[in-house]
Write a protein that binds this ligand. Structure first.
Ligand SMILES: [Zn+2]
Length: 440
C-alpha cells in the first residue's frame, strides 16, 4: 500500500469514508509511506487496529514526524468522539467509537522501519523500492518501485511522486528529478496554477513586520505546526540577524509546533545549502535570543498581557481550533496589529473569512470587528506549481506508458492532464475513487 491517509473535510462524511479500507488490512504485506502529512499517514493507526501487522516503511524524518503527528491525530479522534457522543447522548443515541485511540497510534509507530533516500530496499522478493527527495516537507520522498515479473524480462517501473515541493524554498532541499518509469502516479494539487516566486518571501515578511512594529502592534501568524512554522521562524531569525527587522520577541505557541521543531533539529542533515551555511555561523537555525517556544497553557495566556510589539506564531493553520483562535480574538480588533496569513485557507473557515477581510468575524460566539491589517503571503505553498510539476514530469514523457493524476481538484487535474498530453505523455488518466487498472 502506498500511503494511508485520512479523508479530510466535513466531519461526518470524512469519518464514514475513513472507516473502511478497499482491502482487508490483515492481508496487506507492507505500507510504503511518502511523507508525514495526515492526508497521507493519518489512517495508519486504523489500519493496525483492523489487523495490519506488516512493516511501514518511511524515511527517518518521516518516521519521527509521524510519531508526534499520529499521537496528536489520535488525541483529536478521541476528542471528536467525545464531542459527538455528548450530542448523541442528548438525542438518546448509542455512543460511537473514536476512529482510533492513542494505543492504536503507538502500535502503528512500532511497525515503522526507516530507510533513507537513494537506499534501495526490498518490500517483497520481487519488489524493490527506492526513496528520492520530494522537497515537500521534512522527510518527504518520491517512491520508485521496480517489480521483477516471475516470467523474467525487464522489471516494470512505477513511480509514485507523493506530494511534490517547490524549488528554492527555505530549509528544504529541492525535489530530486522524478525517477523515470513505465507508470507514473503524480500529484496535481496545483496542476493549473502558478505561485509567486519563493525568493520574494523574506522581503514581504520584513515589510509586514516593520510596518506593524512602527504602529506598535503585534504580528499574529496562524501556521501549520509542521513545516510552515519552522520556515517562518527561520526566515524571521535570518531577517533579525541581518538587521532587517528589529529583534522583537518571536513566540511559537503550540505544543505540536514545539515538538515538530525538535524533529527538524534532529534532522539538520536534510537542510538545504543555505540553511546549513546559516547553521554554521549562527548555530541553531530555529533558535535565537528572541525565539521563545511555548508549551504550557498558562504561558500562552500570559502572552495576552504583552503590550509591546512581538510575533506570535500559533496553530491551527486555518484558525479553526487551538491557541491561535484565542490570539485572534484578543488582537484582531486593534488596527495596530497585523494578521499574517501564510497558508491556504479552506472555504468556511475563520482563516478564509479573515483573508476575505469580512468587516466582522465571529469567534467563540462573539461578533468582533476585524480592524487589524491583514497581509496574505501566497508564496509559502509547500506544493509545486504548474511550472514546477512540469519541470519534474516532462523528462519522463517518452518512457512513461501511462500516467495517473491524483491529489487534485478536477479543474487542476484537467489543466495538468492537458499540459502532460502536450508534453508527449501517451496516456494520462484521472482515476476516480476505487478505480482499478491492470499494469501487466
Ligand atoms: Zn503533503
Amino acid at each position: 500500500m502506498l500511503d494511508c491517509g485520512l479523508f479530510q473535510g466535513r466531519r461526518a462524511e470524512a469519518l464514514e469514508k475513513s472507516r473502511r479500507f478497499p482491502i482487508d488490512p490483515a492481508r496487506l504485506k507492507a505500507v510504503v509511506l511518502s511523507h508525514a502529512h495526515i492526508d497521507h499517514c493519518g489512517r495508519l493507526p486504523l489500519l493496525v487496529k483492523q489487523g495490519f501487522t506488516g512493516p511501514i516503511y518511511a524515511t527517518p524524518a518521516t518516521r519521527d514526524l509521524c510519531a508526534i503527528m499520529l499521537a496528536d491525530a489520535a488525541h483529536i479522534q478521541e476528542e471528536d468522539a467525545r464531542f459527538i457522543n455528548r450530542k448523541r447522548a442528548k438525542a438518546g443515541e448509542p455512543p460511537v467509537d473514536p476512529l482510533y485511540t492513542n494505543d492504536d497510534a503507538q502500535a502503528a509507530i512500532r511497525l515503522f522501519r526507516s530507510v533513507g533516500n537513494r537506499n534501495p530496499f526490498f518490500v517483497t522478493r520481487r519488489l524493490k523500492v527506492t526513496y528520492h527527495e520530494a522537497g515537500h516537507m521534512l522527510g518527504s520522498a518520491q517512491v520508485a518501485l521496480e517489480y521483477s515479473p516471475p516470467a523474467g524480462g525487464a522489471p516494470v517501473r512505477l513511480t509514485f511522486t507523493g506530494d511534490l515541493g517547490r524549488f528554492g524554498v527555505p530549509i528544504l532541499r529541492d525535489p530530486a528529478p522524478t525517477p523515470p518509469c513505465d507508470y507514473l502516479i503524480v500529484e496535481s494539487t496545483y496542476g493549473g496554477r502558478r505561485h509567486p516566486p519563493a525568493a520574494d518571501l523574506p522581503d514581504e515578511l520584513a515589510e509586514a513586520v516593520n510596518d506593524t512594529v512602527q504602529r506598535g502592534g503585534k504580528i499574529i501568524i496562524p501556521a501549520f505546526s509542521v513545516g510552515r512554522t519552522q520556515v517562518i521562524v527561520y526566515t524571521l531569525h535570518k531577517l533579525q540577524s541581518e538587521g532587517r527587522i528589529p529583534a522583537i520577541p518571536i513566540y511559537v505557541d503550540s505544543p505540536l509546533s514545539v515538538d515538530a521543531t525538535e524533529v527538524f533539529r534532529l534532522h539538520s542533515e536534510l537542510f538545504d545549502k543555505e540553511a546549513r551555511a546559516f547553521q554554521a555561523t549562527n548555530g541553531d537555525i530555529l533558535g535565537c535570543r528572541s525565539c521563545n517556544y511555548i508549551r504550557e497553557t498558562e504561558e500562552s495566556i500570559q502572552l495576552n498581557k504583552r503590550r509591546r510589539p512581538c510575533v506570535i506564531i500559533s496553530a491551527s493553520g486555518m484558525c479553526e481550533t487551538g491557541r491561535i483562535v484565542h490570539h485572534l480574538r484578543n488582537n484582531i480588533q486593534s488596527p495596530r496589529n497585523t494578521v499574517l496569513i501564510v497558508g491556504f485557507q479552506a472555504a468556511h473557515t475563520l482563516g478564509r473569512r479573515i483573508v476575505e477581510r469580512e468587516p466582522h468575524v465571529s469567534i467563540f460566539g462573539q461578533k468582533l470587528k476585524l480592524r487589524a491589517r491583514v497581509v496574505v503571503l501566497n508564496g509559502f505553498s509547500s506544493h509545486a506549481d504548474r511550472d514546477e510539476l512540469r519541470r519534474l514530469t516532462r523528462p519522463l514523457a517518452k518512457e512513461c506508458r501511462r500516467a495517473f493524476l491524483v491529489h487534485g481538484e478536477p479543474d487542476q487535474m484537467e489543466a495538468m492532464r492537458d499540459t502532460m498530453r502536450g508534453d508527449g505523455f501517451p496516456a494520462v488518466e484521472m482515476p476516480g475513487q476505487g478505480a482499478a487498472f491492470d499494469l501487466a
